[in-house]
Design a protein around this ligand. Structure first.
Ligand SMILES: [Zn+2]
Length: 478
């Protein structure tokens, strides 16, 4: 059942293309139903389900990397009316999809299949362009939200069925999903537009535009060889040789540009592989690569090997690999984080704090290091310092759910229950989980360990959230 939900979610968007031969113009779009806020709201609802799914990759380093590539492209997009969020789903199927409201998901299989950073950027740039061109809204136009909601509930039902042992339910939903797929009538215009604008984004973002054509062409070849097993991406974004030729012609008109991959591209892929499958298989995979000597960059393979060793609790060998990486002059926040994680495995919490504190100074942009530093400080009993750090970071990024969750963890370590539930409530709120947030604030209210000032703050916030819930319900009834 596992790939099915992603198939369905991937379909949300091509389904949106059905019967979209004559595109409504933008003036018409504005008069039609699906508003921008409605799109964002729908996207948020789907993201709630995705974040709960075990396949959602909740790794701060990997998430930060994919977001960095995505934002570099999205920042260059004209007509981007909303913030974008990029995330990775652990799934070997080659796929990527844009959800309503600027959420772009990429399967780990696709990240691993990309041979260069520009290839990965090509897929993201294409997805971003579907979003900025409002292809979704242009299809749905007057049908407004109701049709999308029914698709959304199907996707959610399939998600629920995955964790249910009832095969019959799963089969029935699979049938429904197939029905959805049959309604697909792809729009070549949308695909071509996303290709064209995507290439512009790649060029402006400083990527090698040839990456898009080479990656799409390889997927097309792959689809020809394994007809029933064509990459999921091709099912949702139909590929033709004509499209590839079109792309190649456009690329030929642009100045040739050789672009080197970032260090993180190789390291993130190595980490993805090292944390995939069984610990034993991951380790065997890297050991075989090292033995064969067939690899593009030694540091990537050794980094993956070190992670796989750590995963198998073979710490001495992992530490030796870390030393080898230092000798090879690898410099990256990911390496410092690995060094700290190894220290934590050795129960050397003070050493981990020290490593992370230095690294966070050296790489102030690397958020994963900050999270790890806060976590290590809590482990070392330095909760007051952890809170200072969290408050400082929250001033920069108030909507960071991970920081709020770390704050809750820190208060829990201090035994402050009101504050713990309050922070946990803010963490849920940052992810759009209003019901869970209200529940936490109710727990905070009953905690009974806050002073008058704190208690009235909790009361006020709880009232505000309940009012928000009321307005949401009223909106849904309309
Ligand atoms: Zn497409």
């Amino acid at each position: 059942m596992k790939p099915l939900v992603w198939l369905v979610l991937g379909l949300l968007w091509p389904f949106a293309l059905a019967r979209a031969d004559g595109l409504p113009d933008l003036g018409e779009l504005e008069r039609s139903g699906l508003s921008h806020t409605a799109e964002r709201r729908l996207g948020q609802q789907i993201m709630l389900e995705i974040r709960r799914d075990p396949a959602y990759l909740d790794d701060a380093e990997i998430a930060a990397y994919i977001d960095q590539v995505g934002q570099r492209l999205a920042a260059r997009a004209e007509g981007a009316r909303q913030p974008f969020e990029f995330f990775v789903v652990r799934d070997s199927m080659l796929n990527a999809f844009a959800l309503p409201g600027g959420y772009v998901g990429v399967h780990s299989g696709l990240v691993l299949a990309a041979r260069s950073e520009s290839e990965l950027a090509g897929v993201l740039a294409h997805e971003i362009s579907h979003v900025t061109q409002s292809h979704l809204a242009r299809r749905f136009g007057k049908q407004s939200e109701s049709q999308m909601v029914s698709l959304l509930s199907l996707a959610v039902a399939v998600l629920a069925a995955r964790s249910s042992p009832d095969v019959a339910v799963g089969a029935a939903l699979a049938g429904q999903a197939a029905g959805v797929q049959q309604q697909i009538n792809y729009s070549r215009d949308f695909e071509r537009e996303a290709d064209r604008l995507g290439l512009d984004l790649m060029e402006k973002g400083g990527y090698d535009t040839r990456g898009m054509a080479s990656f799409f062409e390889r997927m097309l070849q792959f689809g020809r060889i394994y007809e029933n097993n064509a990459p999921g991406y091709l099912r949702t974004h139909p590929m033709t040789t004509e499209r590839i030729t079109d792309m190649e012609n456009r690329i030929a008109q642009r100045p040739y540009k050789q672009v080197a991959d970032s260090v993180e591209f190789g390291l993130v892929r190595a980490k993805l592989r090292a944390t995939d499958g069984t610990p034993g298989d991951a380790l065997a995979d890297f050991a075989a690569q090292l033995k064969s000597g067939k690899y593009a960059r030694e540091t990537d393979v050794r980094f993956g090997h070190a992670h796989a060793l750590m995963r198998n609790n073979r710490l001495t060998e992992a530490e030796a690999e870390l030393a080898a990486l230092r000798r090879l002059n690898l410099e990256s926040p990911l390496l410092e984080n690995l060094a700290a994680q190894l220290r934590l495995k050795r129960k050397d919490v003070a050493g981990a704090v020290q490593t992370l504190a230095l690294a966070a100074q050296r790489y102030p942009q690397a958020r994963a290091l900050t999270y790890a530093l806060i976590d290590a400080k809590v482990g070392a009993g330095e909760t007051a310092e952890a809170l200072t750090l969290i408050k400082r970071e929250l001033q920069l990024t108030p909507g960071d759910a991970r920081l709020h969750a770390l704050e809750a963890k820190t208060y829990a370590a201090q035994g402050k229950r009101l504050q713990q539930h309050r922070s946990q409530g803010e963490a849920y709120l940052a992810e759009g989980q209003l019901d869970e947030a209200i529940l936490q604030y109710e727990l905070a209210r009953r905690a009974g360990d806050g002073d008058f000032y704190e208690s009235s703050q909790v009361d006020a916030r709880l009232q505000e959230l309940k009012q928000r819930k009321f307005e949401e319900m009223r909106r849904n009834q309309r």
